[in-house]
Design a protein. Structure first.
Length: 318
């Protein structure tokens, strides 16, 4: 699919723009009172825990500057962990530590950082440098997910995740996000990660992009990106579908990782998911959203909604 097209041609192909997303779907299906549940990652983890949904373990939580000075003892026995701002967005302020070498912490990119670096990051997070709207924030320290071994050769550090767009509880589009050296191992497309479009029926790869350009192999490992099949696909879609039930948000993005032992694990949710997923999939969201709206009634159970997705969304997936 060529993306060098006029606005009318893109609309004919079902490509949704930001204005349409904001006016028709965010405003129409998302109650703003529910936004804090997903904008604050700590609240998201607490919500998921009450619902029995698997998430990375919360190891520590800092919300005051004076707590930063005591962080050494909290990290002393942790060989690996992730630090992230509770109200961050776009992957900003996230630090992934995969090991220790003496007094140094080893990032997913294999770069070493010291305790001063971590303290400075925590200070910046709490001051709101990485938060939505620059608000005072808190820092989360959570366990590092051990990704399924099939992803070992596909990424330059970090843990790959799967972004699923869920509409009224129906998974409608998905992509695998792979970290690169350019993204410092983070699975964030805006920072240079690779997005691999996934067939919603099977979890198989159907195309890939980096910086909105089509690619056929990972830029660092040179591993081909064709023929990927994400494991535990129906279970992953069920976890994504449940996010609608626990938040009430009709249009959201769910970020899920495949843990080597635990299977699909929820990382976070996003009430304003970006639209680059359409480029990775080589098709627009509009037909799939319309297929859900065209149903006589919305299915009440997760299994019914996932079955509709696995069956191609009533023919919307060609």
């Amino acid at each position: 699919m060529s993306w060098l097209a006029t606005p009318s041609e893109l609309r004919e192909r079902g490509v949704m723009g930001l204005n349409r997303r904001n006016l028709d779907y965010l405003s129409g299906f998302n109650d703003r009172r529910a936004y804090p549940l997903v904008d604050n990652k700590l609240l998201t983890k607490q919500l998921a825990a009450r619902a029995g949904m698997p998430t990375p373990a919360l190891l520590h939580h800092l919300s005051r500057q004076y707590e930063v000075e005591a962080v050494r003892e909290h990290l002393a026995d942790l060989p690996e962990f992730v630090i992230k701002p509770a109200q961050g967005s776009g992957g900003r302020g996230i630090l992934v530590i995969v090991g220790r070498e003496g007094e140094y912490f080893v990032k997913s990119s294999r770069e070493q950082v010291d305790l001063r670096h971590i303290k400075r990051l925590l200070t910046n997070i709490i001051s709101g440098l990485h938060s939505l709207g620059g608000r005072t924030d808190s820092a989360i320290v959570e366990s590092l997910v051990n990704a399924h071994p099939m992803f070992d050769s596909m990424t330059a550090g970090g843990v790959p995740d799967i972004r699923v767009i869920v509409f009224q509880g129906y998974p409608v589009m998905a992509m695998l996000r792979l970290g690169t050296r350019a993204s410092d191992g983070r699975a964030n497309l805006h920072q240079g990660a690779v997005g691999v479009g996934l067939d919603i029926r099977s979890g198989r790869s159907i195309g890939a992009v980096q910086d909105d350009r089509a690619v056929t192999q990972h830029p660092d490992s040179h591993v081909p990106l064709q023929g990927i099949c994400v494991p535990d696909w129906p279970a992953l879609l069920r976890l994504a579908s449940r996010c609608f039930d626990v938040t009430g948000l009709g249009y959201l993005g769910c970020d899920i990782v495949i843990d080597a032992q635990a299977g699909p694990v929820l990382l976070e949710m996003n009430a304003r998911p970006g639209l680059s997923i359409q480029i990775a999939n080589g098709t627009g969201l509009d037909d799939r959203l319309r297929a859900v709206l065209a149903r006589d009634s919305f299915a009440p159970t997760v299994d019914e909604r996932v079955a509709f997705a696995l069956d191609g969304l009533g023919g919307a997936v060609g």
